[in-house]
Design a protein around this ligand. Structure first.
Ligand code: FAD
Length: 471
């Protein structure tokens, strides 16, 4: 046993579990210990909405790596054990399992504590600090099971928040025969994923099955004997209020990072309120790494920090932390491209990188791309190196042709080799078969084709990877 390397990981979600695995791959002899306060080892949160609809049969099917798997990998996994303190001077953590206190020294520590749902200020949401019966958040298997127990054909469900997770929940609950209403405070659905024009098209299509109220705030819960029966919503423009009958409410309005341990250990917290880490997943404290939903990292395009919040990126960060904590040298690229894909009813949606409004003032190619798998045209919408056309073959292979630009000096091949530093496999971009590969060279390229809608943004790092994650 390599006594020098004593790697301790806090949290066994996608971040902590992956970091432990990669530490083991890097050093077969290091002592690796993972502490997880919950009941389940590493599982896919992304699949939670699909267990609710039955597409994935059981919640236990979401577990990616069992306790036995960790045992076989010679990783000590302490379940239902909460790390309560980090002493960075002594390089030791203190954890609690029931009444037992566990003290564990570390040579490297990986904080992967994740995040918790953020709950908006809605009147009567809780009784004695507990959510009213029928009101739920969606983050864990326990949350999923609770929601599942309220799903009943013919009854009414309301979702607060029209982001990716809110809409995935809406679709999957609708599939179980419930009438679904979505309330969104912002003017558009999927505001962090799509630009307004694309969002409007998705809104129109999805509205065939569910009711969506954008620009509305959920104000108050009506409950009887501690059980929800309605939610009142207010139109932000007119101030008009209306009650909606509801048997099940799901709140999906983002999350807050769990940073208290990192903060007390002296780790720098960034402007977004998340732990700052570098390209090696190191925090500002020596020997302490952090990964996942508790951290922020640079956006590849804007270079501004943004909360991670995506399993695909979490895994990359965790690989860096795992490898480096075990003595390797793994660096993330200088920024991440958030890649999002989903399927809402029969509509496939994908986006990579920031939306045009978020990419504002950034010198990147940007444009709208409308058409089917035949000939399409790209209309520059912003950015200093706009481009003018794309050509797609009928087989769905896309060949970009930058015939003009606002600067008149950028051509596709140059763009890829100089800006992205890679040559791009365009022949593999198959849109006819859905968003099977995410690719594009613009900060915002939207494609609408037949029944399929997808939005493509600059993507090189995670090409094809996220698709597997999401669908
Ligand atoms: C419904 C849903 C759908 C999603 N869909 C997608 C998707 O399609 N694609 C995608 O890329 N991402 C998706 N995500 C996001 C993705 O799941 C998360 O980014 C990822 O799971 C975060 O992993 P993590 O390890 O950072 O955090 P978590 O999974 O939250 O893990 C943190 C763990 O740390 C434990 N912990 C916290 N504090 C302590 C402590 N003090 N001691 C011990 N243990 C502690 C917690 O119990 C928890 O298990 C989805 C998320 C949700 C909720």
């Amino acid at each position: 046993m390599n006594q020098d390397k004593n790697i301790v990981v806090i949290g066994c979600g996608a971040g902590g579990g992956t970091a432990a695995q990669f530490a083991r791959k890097t050093d077969r002899k290091a002592k690796i210990t993972v502490f997880e306060k919950g009941k389940y080892p590493q599982y896919s949160k992304c699949g939670l909405p699909y267990v609710v609809s039955g597409r994935i049969p059981e919640f236990k099917d979401l577990i990616e790596f069992s306790e036995e798997w960790f045992r076989k990998a010679n990783i000590d996994l302490f379940m239902e054990t909460t790390v309560e303190q980090i002493d960075v001077k002594k390089q030791v953590i203190i954890a609690k399992k029931g009444k037992e206190i566990i003290e564990k020294p570390y040579s490297s520590l990986i904080i992967a504590t994740g995040a918790k749902p953020s709950i908006p200020p809605i009147e009567n949401l809780c009784v004695n600090g507990v959510l009213v019966d029928g009101v739920n958040v969606i983050r864990t298997i326990e949350d999923g099971k609770k929601i599942h127990s309220f799903v009943k054909k013919g009854k009414n469900a309301t979702i607060i928040g029209a982001g990716l997770i809110g809409l995935e929940m809406a679709c999957n609950i609708h599939k179980k025969g419930m009438n679904v209403t979505v309330i969104e405070a912002l003017p558009n659905i999927l505001a962090n994923t799509l630009d307004e024009d694309m969002s409007n098209q998705v809104h129109e299509k999805v509205s065939k099955n569910i009711s969506i109220f954008t620009n509305h705030l959920a104000m108050k819960i009506g409950n009887k004997n501690g059980k929800i029966h309605s939610v009142s919503k207010k139109n932000n423009e007119t101030g008009e209020e209306e009650d909606i009958e509801t048997d099940l409410l799901v709140i999906s309005t983002g999350c807050k990072p769990k940073i208290s341990l990192a903060k007390s250990a002296g780790c720098n917290i960034g402007k977004t309120g998340y732990i700052t880490v570098n390209e090696r997943s190191e925090t500002s404290v020596e020997h302490v790494y952090a990964v996942g939903d508790c951290t922020e990292y640079k956006d590849f395009i804007t270079k501004k920090s943004l909360p991670i919040g995506l399993g695909s990126v979490v895994v990359r960060q965790a690989i860096a932390a795992g490898v480096n904590s075990a003595g390797g040298n793994y660096k993330l690229p200088d920024g991440i491209l958030q890649t999002r894909t989903t399927a809402l009813f029969d509509l496939e949606i994908a986006a990579v990188g920031p939306t045009v409004s978020r990419a504002d003032n950034t010198s990147v190619v940007s444009g709208k791309f409308n058409g089917s798998s035949g000939s399409v045209s790209l209309i520059p919408s912003s950015g200093s190196t706009g481009c003018s056309s794309f050509c797609g073959s009928s087989s769905g292979d896309f060949f970009p042709s930058l015939s003009s630009s606002s600067t008149g000096s950028v051509f596709a091949s140059d763009f890829f080799s100089s800006f992205l530093g890679v040559s791009f496999p365009f022949s593999s971009v198959s849109l006819a078969s859905g968003c099977s590969t995410i690719a594009g060279f613009s900060s915002s390229i939207s494609i609408v084709g037949g029944e399929r809608t997808c939005v493509l943004y600059t993507s090189t790092l995670f090409t094809g990877y996220n698709f597997l994650q999401f669908l």
